[in-house]
Write a protein that binds this ligand. Structure first.
Ligand code: NAP
Length: 292
């Protein structure tokens, strides 16, 4: 029976570290300040931003929300980002997704100064990871690495299989695992025999968005299984619940360690966003001000 990797408990530890360091900086007059941009005022977007504000406040990070009209043009959003890039009091910037349909999220995320890019979504930040000069790595990928590390496994030389190859999850996860010297296989929609790969892996990371994709037959005894997927599924009684991409009850019988959904990658990703926000501020504070 697998041991559960408690993402919520690990996330608490990270929040405590961020809180202590943020307080130290504040005592030296250095304020960590995250500005988020929300385009169009939807209920879900506002609620998410309110939660984020509370999460930041709990660790002493200033949080400011800029809400632009739903019909804001790409130029309007880019101009806001450029202003925040230049503002010395802003240490971190993020763009809430989804954006209204007429806006291209990737194009706009390119505009965020890589040092202030707390989500690690500017392609320059992926490039820095490749070259071994990491500034800010993507949150979900970092969360996955921390969850794997918490099991005590040696990543160097381990066989790791990542299922799903998106820019936001699968590819950055594969990249960070490669940086850790794991031997990485990246599976995607064109993979001919998924099970042939996953069933020989020491570590299986699944980031697809398809409930039930990974069953007990896909993993070997003693594997570490990290489930990034978040899916809402209807149950027989008409209510719905959140599940991952892994058939938990099935896989936990074979795996050595497994993340639950909810309570695994999700809370860790939120905590890593805070840690990245602290890191952005520390990178900025360590640079001569006239650079910015
Ligand atoms: P996405 O952009 O839809 O990417 C899914 C990836 O999986 C694509 O590369 C897709 O290939 C591939 N894929 C589809 N079916 C597959 C199959 N049968 N076998 C292997 N690969 C397959 O989704 P995403 O943004 O990466 O998110 C994936 C899941 O993780 C979602 O459930 C999302 O909610 C969750 N997520 C969670 C967090 C968190 O913090 N916990 C963060 C990010 C995402 P094609 O595009 O070629 O079809």
């Amino acid at each position: 029976m697998a041991m559960m990797i408690d993402g919520a408990a690990l996330a608490r530890q990270i929040r405590e570290l961020v809180k202590a360091r943020t307080a130290e900086l504040a005592a030296n007059g250095r304020v960590v300040h995250l500005t988020a941009i929300l385009v169009g005022s939807t209920g879900a977007g506002e609620l998410y931003a309110q939660r984020q504000k509370e999460t930041c406040a709990a660790v002493g990070i200033n949080y400011e929300l800029i809400t632009l009209r739903a019909d804001a043009t790409a130029e309007d959003v880019a101009a806001t980002i450029h202003r925040l890039n230049r503002d010395l009091s802003v240490t971190g910037i993020m763009l809430h997704l989804p954006l209204p349909e007429h806006l291209d999220a990737t194009e706009l995320q390119y505009q965020i100064d890589p040092v202030k890019d707390v989500e690690g979504v500017n392609p320059a930040n992926i490039g820095y990871v490749v070259y071994g000069h990491t500034l800010i790595a993507p949150c979900t990928a970092l969360a996955v690495i921390e969850l794997i590390r918490s099991t005590g496994v040696t990543l160097r030389g381990a066989e790791a299989v990542v299922v799903g190859a998106s820019e936001i999850a699968g590819k950055p996860i594969a990249l960070l695992l490669t940086e850790e010297m794991a031997t990485v296989t990246l599976c995607h929609i064109a993979t001919r025999d998924l099970r042939a790969h996953t069933s020989r892996a020491d570590i299986v990371v699944v980031a697809v968005g398809k409930p039930g994709l990974i069953t007990g037959e896909h993993v070997r005894e003693g594997a570490i299984v990290i489930d990034v997927g978040i899916n809402r599924v209807k149950q027989a009684d008409g209510t719905s619940r959140t599940v991952g991409d892994v058939v938990f009850e099935d896989v936990e019988r074979k795996a050595a360690h497994i993340t639950p959904v909810p309570g695994g990658v999700g809370p860790m990703t939120v905590a890593i966003l805070l840690r990245n926000t602290l890191r952005s501020a520390e990178l900025l504070f360590s640079k001569p001000k006239d650079l910015y």
